[in-house]
Design a protein around this ligand. Structure first.
Ligand code: EPZ
Length: 430
């Protein structure tokens, strides 16, 4: 079982290149199931969630040809099943995208209810509402069973009760081959929503308005294939920016889309971080003290919830008291208990965390409890004096390509150590 060992307390210097966006890739790859042709997808991040999706598609009959570390060719012309195995599908939250893609192409899907991060209830009622509006019969239990009489969904007008990335992406996928027009109102506007729409359009779909509140889709008969390159990962870039904020130093963060970074940059600038924007990169520098500020996470273009653990970690080292409000998830502060083991002073009450800045953090053994919490604890270890060991790093490897290599490239003293699984103690006989 891998652990990260971090000797922290010194600033970061150098340059880091951002990979393809995880939350775009985990939608675009299952969306290849909609294509009756060959998809060439580039700038694919090398992360375990992507590798898992390749296995799921192959299991369904797709031909997946890895061209190099970041490019793949997927041929879904000979799909032979619409029921991915429970073992594979239940290991990933984004497996629900398989429903929209399979239902949209074949009129049928049976997919295990998703697993994924544990920070509060993660319902899929809006996904189901969208599929039903397009004529599907859907039952939920250990599996999501969806089918449409006659085999083809019908376009519909769908209003999202709340802004949902997953439901917006899933309904978009289901609608591209439906009979007629679909409108999604109160749609999510994240960069990865636009990326999925651009991918589908490059394969032959007809989607307009992605990135706005209203997305309009004209159903077509067939998607024929093409080539597409995934956008850079806004959250991975933000994670490295937060690492510089916490540990200090100067890092050139390359391969970003500046517009996507505005919501994160503006918050870090308030904290005293210096940011110089270039065409497709940011120069991030922190030399003086960090200043406290307040953060409220919101759907894009608000401050991203997937940056909440990372910015909270940086705020533990800011002068003064900051208030962080989690506006998307019910319970995304499980990592705070681990931060406190490093000396952070944070009080959590529901969706609000009050962060009292401390002068320094001290290294200690900690555990990751989800993907972004793990990234936040790495940031804390880089800033802390002394040694931090981090367990359960498989969470990090789901969504960050080669984090250890990229951090070592900017001077971090971090290494991966393989520790034996703890012995399973036999129940004692009293
Ligand atoms: C996506 O999750 C991301 N995951 C999450 O990133 C991210 O935190 C989230 O969007 C918000 O940006 C992937 O893209 C794989 P939602 P998703 O549907 O789609 C409620 C990471 O760290 N809701 O936008 O599951 C839900 O409970 C991960 O990369 C319903 O009530 O999020 C939440 O409160 C973690 N009913 C809110 O909407 C539904 O049917 C937003 O959820 C769907 C969602």
């Amino acid at each position: 079982m891998n652990q990260y060992v971090i000797h922290g307390g010194h600033p970061l210097f150098g340059e880091v290149t951002v990979s393809g966006a995880k939350n775009a890739a985990v939608a675009i790859i299952p969306a290849a199931l909609l294509v009756d042709g060959v998809c060439r997808i580039e700038n694919v991040p090398q992360i375990s969630d992507v590798t898992l999706f390749f296995s799921i598609l192959e299991e369904l009959g797709a031909h997946v040809r890895v061209l190099n570390r970041h490019a793949v060719e997927i041929d879904c012309r000979h799909i032979r099943s619409t029921k991915p195995s429970y073992e594979l599908a239940c290991r990933i939250r984004a497996s629900y995208y398989l429903v929209g893609a399979l239902l949209g192409r074949f009129g049928q899907a049976t997919v295990a209810m998703p697993g994924g991060c544990n920070f509060g209830v993660r319902p899929i009622d809006l996904h189901v509402k969208g599929f039903r509006a397009m004529g599907a019969e859907v039952t939920e239990g250990g599996f999501i069973n969806a089918s449409v009489p006659g085999g083809r969904l019908k376009g519909a007008s769908i209003y999202m009760d709340l802004v949902s990335v997953g439901a917006t992406m899933n309904v978009m996928m289901a609608a591209v081959l439906a009979d007629g027009y679909t409108t999604i109102d109160n749609a999510a506007k994240e960069p990865h929503i636009v990326d999925l729409a651009n991918f589908l359009n490059s394969m032959g779909a007809d989607i307009k308005g992605a990135g706005t509140d209203t997305i309009k889709i004209r159903g077509v008969d067939r998607l024929t294939g093409g080539t597409y390159s995934i956008i850079p990962d806004q959250i991975e870039a933000g994670t490295y920016m937060a690492a510089v904020a916490a540990a200090g130093g100067q890092v050139h963060i390359k391969n970003i889309i500046p517009k996507h970074m505005d919501c994160i940059s503006s918050k870090l600038l308030e904290m005293g971080v210096e940011i110089t924007e270039q065409d497709d990169s940011l120069l991030v520098r922190r030399s003086g003290p960090l200043t406290h500020t307040n953060v409220k996470t919101l759907p894009y273009p608000g401050f991203p919830t997937d940056m909440q653990p990372q910015i909270t970690t940086a705020l533990t080292l800011a002068e003064g008291t900051s208030i962080v409000t989690e506006g998307v998830w019910d319970n995304r502060y499980k990592y705070v208990a681990e931060l406190k083991r490093l000396g952070a002073r944070i009080q959590v009450d529901g969706r609000v965390a009050v962060v009292e800045g401390v002068g320094r953090l001290e290294g200690a053994p900690v555990q990751a409890c989800d993907l972004r919490a793990g990234a936040a604890l790495v940031i804390a270890g880089l800033a802390a004096q002394g040694t931090t060991t981090l367990g359960s790093v498989h969470y990090i490897e789901r969504g960050y390509e080669d984090m250890v290599g990229k951090l070592r490239g900017i001077g971090a003293d971090i290494e991966v150590v393989d520790v034996p699984e703890p012995e399973k103690k036999e129940a004692g006989v009293s």
